[in-house]
Design a protein. Structure first.
Length: 301
């Protein structure tokens, strides 16, 4: 065996001479392997924590060293106290986006800002989409864009309209009567596949039973369409892996029985006796998984 081969078997759980597990070892790699004891971590041990309200934790199976693939809450499950819906593992409301753009004192502007400005085709103050129209090449490459107005039903999903009591630095300002609207110029991030932060984020609530997706107000029934998904009831949420992730006190697969929580792929362990009564199942679409986002109060102008 060459020196390089020995280097690849440097784990204390391996015999470097044979590149095999030591006699008392059951694993040597993976998030579900305890590298100090060379044994598998127990079933239910969290190996990947949840990252936000639209994510779920993954846990060890107790029979393998690898953490399950990263699962997320299914698109269309409500979050942010009903002001947004999970989309691609993220929970982003219009108010949260304004706070990202300006400050913690910012909030989503009054509806008049969206309905009056985003139906126009203006770079600074209101539009839904930007389109590359030509490319002028001189000493440098300079893209030129046109700006497309929102259809009336999509106005809440175009340029993000914000408000706060003091004018943010670098913000564009429009007043409509006594209503003030602040925006930031749209940024072209199409080459990276990212959405401009100056636009209303995907997943933000719009209209009735609808959410923004790519600047279009999209019915939840379209986003939530799933013919073979289980009914998780009020005691759990559906995930992108088409399984139910149950609240503590209820068990998979459909959260209708007493259990420790989690899913069939990522079960949780009970920290104490489980004493609860499972409630009748309801459609998973009614589940609210987060109520931590606070919507700003309406300012007097």
């Amino acid at each position: 065996m060459t020196f390089n081969a020995i280097q690849t078997c440097s784990s204390k759980c391996c015999d470097a001479k044979t590149c095999q597990l030591k006699a008392n070892a059951t694993c040597a790699s993976g998030a579900c392997c305890d590298w100090d004891t060379c044994t598998l971590r127990p079933r239910g041990r969290v190996c990947r924590a949840a990252d936000g309200p639209c994510d779920v934790p993954e846990t060890c199976s107790g029979s393998g060293e690898w953490c399950p693939s990263d699962d997320k809450v299914a698109d269309g499950v409500d979050c942010a106290a009903g002001q947004a819906f999970c989309y691609k593992g993220q929970c982003r409301s219009s108010t949260a986006q304004c706070q990202r753009l300006f400050s913690s004192a910012a909030r989503s502007a009054d509806s008049e800002c969206f309905t009056r400005l985003n139906v126009r085709s203006e770079y600074l103050y209101g539009h839904c989409h930007m389109r590359l129209t030509n490319l002028l090449v001189a000493d440098s490459t300079t893209p030129t864009f046109s700006y497309l107005a929102c259809a009336a039903q999509d106005a809440e999903c175009g340029l993000q309209q914000c408000y706060q009591d003091t004018r943010p630095s670098s913000a564009n300002r429009v007043t409509i009567g006594s209503t003030t609207c602040y925006t930031l110029p749209n940024i072209d991030l199409s080459s990276s596949g990212l959405r401009s932060p100056s636009l209303v984020p995907d997943g933000a609530k719009c209209g009735t039973n609808s959410m923004c997706v790519n600047s279009t107000c999209t019915p939840l029934r379209t986003v939530r369409a799933c013919r073979s998904c289980p009914n998780c009831g009020a005691n759990g949420v559906l995930t992108t892996g088409s399984v139910c992730f149950c609240k503590t006190g209820f068990g998979p697969p459909n959260c209708s029985t007493v259990g420790c929580g989690g899913s069939v792929t990522s079960p949780l362990t009970c920290s104490g006796p489980v004493a609860t009564t499972a409630t009748p199942t309801r459609a998973w679409t009614t589940a609210t998984i987060d109520s931590t986002t606070t919507t700003g109060t309406t300012a007097t102008t």
